[in-house]
Ligand binder design. Structure first.
Ligand code: DX5
Ligand code: ZN
Length: 220
């Protein structure tokens, strides 16, 4: 299983994002948290900013939409050229239709679940997706504590992916650090978002390398 490390620019300096993305050249993707003050109680940026990031970033964009009405808004982010667009199951009326549209435009399609959301109804839909995101904090803010009680959900997703024999990436987001990444990897995650653990480090590239090694050592 490949380990992917995706730093979240939510913890970066918002007025220097081009430079902040350039600092993480060894990362597999840059995780871009789009929030609308409605689906979550925080506001970040929208398509204009994501379009500019897409234009200046040397690494792929992993867009995480924490916005209501994903059916309406998600395809626009794929149209900007994002490598991957993940929307929340709780915010979509027809997740399969959204995923098909994203793939048709040319992005990978991801589905995310909040900590309180049961994954079971979505496991049958996995072949329609390229990525599933199990939130390990309540979405909205960086720097929160990792919810270890989400590990059974990660393990259930891993079991379903393996049983189906499909190549769906299993992402975790929230509270990922050197202290927690091993546990998430052991549960079956292969794609790790880390905001404060990367951008809060003295040397971001060392932090990415250390996270990658720690996840690799605990690989499922
Ligand atoms: C939270 C965001 C995360 C956040 C993670 O709603 O989806 O991507 O940036 O930050 P850390 O790694 O600091 O928990
Ligand atoms: Zn995120």
């Amino acid at each position: 299983m490949n380990v992917r490390i995706e730093p979240s620019i939510l913890s970066a300096d918002f007025v220097n994002l081009e430079a902040e993305v350039a600092r993480i050249a060894s990362a597999d993707a840059v995780h871009v948290d789009v929030m609308d003050n409605h689906f979550v109680p925080n506001l970040t940026f929208g398509p204009q900013m994501v379009g500019r990031l897409q234009a200046v970033s040397a690494i792929p964009l992993d867009v995480h939409l924490m916005i209501s009405d994903a059916d309406r808004w998600a395809p626009g982010y794929a149209e900007l050229g994002a490598f991957s667009v993940t929307f929340h199951a709780e915010a979509a009326t027809d997740p399969v239709a959204v995923a098909r549209r994203l793939r048709e435009i040319g992005s990978r399609a991801g589905i995310a679940v909040k900590p309180g959301t049961d994954l079971t109804p979505y496991l049958d839909l996995l072949p329609e997706f390229d990525q599933i995101l199990v939130m390990t904090v309540e979405p909205g803010f960086g720097g929160q504590s990792f919810m270890a009680d989400m590990m059974p959900k990660v393990a259930a997703a891993r079991a379903a992916i393996d049983a189906a024999g499909i190549d769906v990436w299993l992402q975790v987001d929230g509270g990922i650090s050197l202290d927690t990444i091993g546990e998430a990897a052991e549960a079956g995650a292969d794609t790790f978002v880390a905001g404060s653990a990367v951008y809060g480090a003295d040397d971001v590239e060392v932090a990415i390398g250390d996270l990658r090694a720690a996840a690799g050592a605990h690989r499922h």
